[in-house]
Ligand binder design. Structure first.
Ligand SMILES: Nc1ncnc2c1ncn2[C@@H]1O[C@H](COP(=O)(O)OP(=O)(O)OP(=O)(O)O)[C@@H](O)[C@H]1O
Length: 741
């Protein structure tokens, strides 16, 4: 029987083959009796079993059979041959002590390949020696007490006040204690019971308020207590995650992965991240090594075709590469000491490539993926790549979480997201459980008009101009278009969901002191220098007081970084033109305080949770108030205070009103000159968000959204959603029909 095997398996085989004659001269092992054990994927539901427990019955094909709702071995009631047979809440029979919890938590203490599981808390302790004070115990929870919360939808499960009220399972509870989370933040208080109750959720909550845990806890606990699912037989290279978390950027994905690893430590739930998404050919040699199929077929043939003859020992090479990729050599030094190193001497040009590849995070991620995954955290681009290569199947997905959902649309990921969710093999809404999270639902607009209306005209630049001027009613229509896209996405992806808004959606937290200073373009650098010198003079510097500076362009980021370094302020930069390695290095260097200033483009605006960011400087203000909210949200997190300074000048006048309103809303002092700018801009009304108590509303209430038709473009206009309040400046105002103001 021929069966494709994973490269991890192949490598293990290869190692066993080493004892054969071809390798007898090498000091690999001590003979044929010592064959390394294969890395065997153990499904979560079997990980707590004794080794003698029967292996999962091999499935003829990795077709999804649905999570069985009965006890192990029994067929799921109501399966009846349907592709998505099991009702998704079959394993969520109540939280908080409700009966019927199958299996119980205690049985699950067995880990997923526990011997290999690295303790993320230890890793963190080592990495953060300098920051040895307790991160989360000093949280000012009072800061959250008065936050208004709004929920809508049918039968909303009641919130909880403590983690003890929720039955998350011992292992997860222990990790929550390890994280030093004393009690749930408001979004967690509401979102966790809703998700544990099996409901779909669309949640908006302020930056830094703990949304990651709000979607991770129910997923991890759901997987822990979930019923067994039949996994594909060993040797099938496709992996079948049970949960998928999509996020817009690599950095955010990595961060979610790190958090989720902590939460799932010793729970038996395995979390893997896959990020990036550049086409393979753009990654040149490293990229060529990415598709492991190529490695298996002979990376030498594919990558070094011109040298094939010279290599001569192609098979040996393949074996070496397999060993390296399988993790037999985990570090550069191991490779250099490896018995097959001799081969490299013949072909030195390959060594740096292999070393570089082995050192890359991407390599580690993909290697992890091959070993199995329960929760896959991914950027849309990379996931599409993996799906197309059939390395990942979504057939078994029970949980789908979209973090920064609005940003993903904003970044143009909608086609990819729709492909992933609707066009591959993911179970449909109602079978899977879906959660959409962000601090700002909605805004920013990619399309000026519905494409069907104006295609093939490209109105992007025109739109941008209008957005700047913000005088044309079409701007409102465009905004509405985006809102409709998000509404439609929610409507397509979610089933009977609950809408949760914690705090004023899209507003900033008043933990952040916001300052706006009028600074001409040409004075910005010297002004920044003044701020940094003042910080230094006040002793606000170093590892405990990081400064994040946002600029508009990648070039601007590089040049400002260079200038800061020249002027004695160690800085680093992060933007889209930097390689993944450079970005990771920059983040690490910033987090550790080695370079306490990070100059960034919007790539770092969302979701990044960097402790000790004391000051966010908007050197260049964004065009979009939501981007501003996310940027300043990098400070003042988890109940801590922060400072945000913005340099404003005439180029930013389109933002004046929204900025002034936002500051007012967050009880900040609005400079008189900014109020004047705001008053001057289009009629003196208020910004788009201030029409109601909550910036964002459940659009289902308004009945303005008509799925699958173009009505939603006209509905807003005809119903007076924009016009009713008398112009853009009036916001959507009273009588608003859109949920997304
Ligand atoms: N219950 C809790 N108690 C204490 N700290 C918490 C709690 N929940 C989360 N945190 C901490 O709060 C910080 C912010 O959390 P997180 O990054 O999830 O916020 P967020 O709402 O996703 O922010 P953003 O909108 O910027 O993405 C993290 O450092 C996290 O460890």
């Amino acid at each position: 029987m021929t069966m494709r095997t994973s490269w991890a398996d192949l490598a293990a085989n290869s190692a066993a083959e080493n004892s054969g004659p071809a390798f007898s001269a090498n000091n690999v092992g001590t003979g044929s009796t010592v064959a390394p054990s294969r890395p065997v994927y153990v499904p979560p539901h079997l990980r707590n079993r004794q080794p003698s427990a029967e292996a999962p019955a091999p499935a003829p094909a990795p077709a999804y059979s649905g999570p069985s709702s009965g006890s192990s071995g029994s067929s799921a009631a109501g399966n009846s041959g349907s592709r998505w047979p099991a009702p998704r809440n079959d394993h969520r029979s109540g939280y908080g002590g409700g009966g019927g919890r199958p299996g119980g938590w205690g049985n699950r203490s067995g880990g997923w390949d526990r011997g290999r599981e690295v303790n993320p808390f230890e890793e963190e302790d080592n990495a953060e020696e300098a920051f040895n004070e307790q991160e989360n115990t000093g949280i000012n929870f009072d800061a959250y007490e008065d936050i208004p919360v709004e929920t809508s939808g049918e039968n909303v499960p009641p919130p909880v006040n403590t983690f003890a009220e929720i039955d998350l399972g011992d292992a997860l509870n222990q990790n929550i204690r390890r994280c030093k989370y004393v009690k749930p933040t408001p979004v967690q208080r509401h979102a966790i019971p809703i998700s544990l109750g099996g409901r779909d959720l669309m949640a908006c909550a302020q930056t830094g308020s703990g949304k990651t845990a709000a979607f991770c806890f129910p997923i991890i606990s759901g997987i822990m207590r979930g019923q067994p699912v039949q996994r594909p037989p060993r040797g099938v290279r496709t992996v079948y995650p049970l949960a998928l978390v999509l996020s817009p950027t690599r950095e955010l994905s990595m961060q979610i992965h790190e958090e989720a690893r902590k939460f799932s430590f010793q729970t038996g739930v395995k979390v893997v991240v896959a990020y990036g998404g550049a086409p393979i050919n753009q990654q040149y040699l490293l990229g060529a090594l990415f598709p492991f199929d190529l490695v298996m077929k002979g990376v030498v043939d594919n990558v070094f075709s011109g040298h094939k003859a010279a290599l001569g020992t192609t098979q040996l090479w393949q074996l070496f590469v397999k060993l390296v990729l399988a993790g037999c050599c985990r570090s550069s030094s191991e490779i250099l000491l490896h018995p097959f190193r001799a081969l490299l001497d013949m072909h030195e040009f390959i060594l740096p490539i292999i070393l570089q590849f082995c050192a890359s995070e991407a390599f580690a991620c993909l290697r992890d993926l091959e070993r199995g995954v329960d929760i896959l955290v991914a950027t849309p681009g990379r996931l599409v790549d993996l799906l197309e290569r059939a390395r990942v199947s979504l057939q078994m997905i029970r949980y789908l979480a979209l973090d920064e959902a609005d940003r993903m649309l904003d970044m143009g990921f909608e086609p990819q997201i729709r492909k992933i969710v609707e066009q591959m093999d993911m179970p449909p809404p109602g079978v899977r459980q879906t959660m959409l999270f962000s601090a700002t639902f909605p805004k920013e607009i990619q399309d000026f008009f519905p494409t069907s209306f104006v295609s093939p005209l490209s109105l992007g630049p025109a739109y941008r101009l209008l957005l700047k001027l913000a005088i044309h009613p079409c701007v409102r229509a465009a905004s509405f278009t985006f809102q409709c896209r998000l509404s439609r996405l929610a409507s397509d992806f979610l089933s009977n969901y609950i809408f949760l808004a914690v705090g004023r959606v899209g507003s900033s937290t008043d933990l952040i002191v916001q300052r706006v200073e009028y600074v001409q373009e040409s004075d910005k650098r010297s002004h920044l220098m003044d701020l940094l010198h003042a910080q230094r003079a006040n002793g606000v510097q170093g590892k405990q007081a990081l400064t994040l500076v946002f600029v508009e362009t990648k070039k601007g980021a590089d040049s400002l970084e260079h200038w800061l370094c020249l002027n004695g302020f160690p800085a680093t930069t992060i933007h889209g033109d930097r390689s993944q390695q450079e970005r990771e290095l920059a983040l690490r260097s910033f987090k550790s305080g080695n370079t306490p200033i990070l100059v960034a483009t919007d790539v770092a605006a969302r979701g990044l949770d960097i402790p000790h960011v004391a000051h966010v400087v908007n050197f260049d203000l964004p065009n979009d108030i939501d981007d501003y909210v996310h940027r300043i949200g990098r400070t003042g997190r988890a109940g801590k205070k922060g400072l945000a300074t913005a340099f404003f000048n005439d180029n930013n006048s389109s933002l004046a009103r929204a900025l002034a309103d936002l500051m007012q809303e967050a009880n900040q002092e609005v400079p008189a000159w900014l109020s004047r700018y705001a008053a001057r801009s289009y009629g003196g009304g208020r910004n788009r968000r201030s029409g109601g108590r909550f910036g964002s509303r459940d659009f289902r209430r308004e009945g303005s959204f008509t799925r699958g038709s173009s009505d939603y473009y006209s509905a807003g206009n005809s119903s007076g959603g924009y016009g009713g309040s008398g112009g853009y400046a009036g916001g959507y105002g009273p009588g608003v029909t859109s949920a997304w103001d």
